[in-house]
Ligand binder design. Sequence first.
Ligand code: DOR
Ligand code: ZN
Length: 348
Amino acid sequence: MPTDKITLPLPDDWHLHLRDDAMLAAVLPATARDFGRAIVMPNLKPPVSTVAAAVAYRARIRALLPPASDFQPLMTCYLTDVTTPDELRAGHRDGVFVAAKLYPAGATTNADAGVTSLAKLHRVFETMQTIGLPLLVHGETTDPAVDVFDREAVFIDTLLMPLRRDFPALKIVLEHVTTREGVQFVSEAAGPTAATLTPHHLTINRNAMFERGIRPHMYCLPVAKREAHRAALRAAAVSGNPRFFLGTDSAPHLRAAKEHDCGCAGVFNAPTALACYAQVFAGQGRLDRLVDFASRFGPAFYGLPVNTREITLEACAEAVADDWPTPLGPVCVFVPPGGLRWRRSASP
Ligand code: DOR
Ligand code: ZN
């Protein structure tokens, strides 16, 4: 197969932050252009933690889609200490909730209302296991005594492994995996287990945050780790293992909110994500495996059909990514260090 061009069924984004209101209106076209569906994260303020809130949010997203767009937002429930099994059952039954998201309380942006103890959700996890509703996990411990670069590995050891054992049939996705420990856990776990891999964690290591100065646009959570971890992520992405699939974690924040004395965590990559993934797979000499990673493994895990529309990606001269304009101010678009030499082709 050629190494500078590939046509694949339209990918889906299995982990996306769309925000709300003016920001939603500004960033939605970037994802709707390149993806068929997206799992929409519920970390709004207040969080999307009820069926009614998810129905209303989905309507706001649909109302802002470009005319003739067939993009489908897939909604998630933000788990809190008081989420009830009935709420999840109702949302699942009505075709609203496609998954539920576990944020350890305080772990990241708008996670203050998250879960303070997994023990409180025992009945919720039991219900999710029974009805087949996937649990999407932000896998970081919130113990402030744990080094920020170790928080994913400690979470896996102390919380995720017991959870995996206690609910053997629960579908679990370790979102935005960043460590070799995470890759190993997902590869070896018994039961339905998967992970999403982001464009930024595949293309930067932690040095990128400190390249001749502090680089707030390279800061996200979980934070990028050492090069050895990035190598493990890349190997997992191109491995052909169906447990690893595409999830951008595109998370727009205003440039001003990131270039701040307490800069927000998050990388906005929706406009460049597919080009980044293609560049990574081509760089690994495995462009042939992009189609499974981007278009097939995610639908298989979620029990959904592969998209029928296609998209073509191609190598190009180095591309520039201008700031993404919003009525609130500009948002910096992620470009991997060293530049981007892939793009979406004009056809089909
Ligand atoms: O970097 C991140 N940004 N990580 C998250 O988990 C949340 C996200 C956001 O919502 O900004
Ligand atoms: Zn996220």
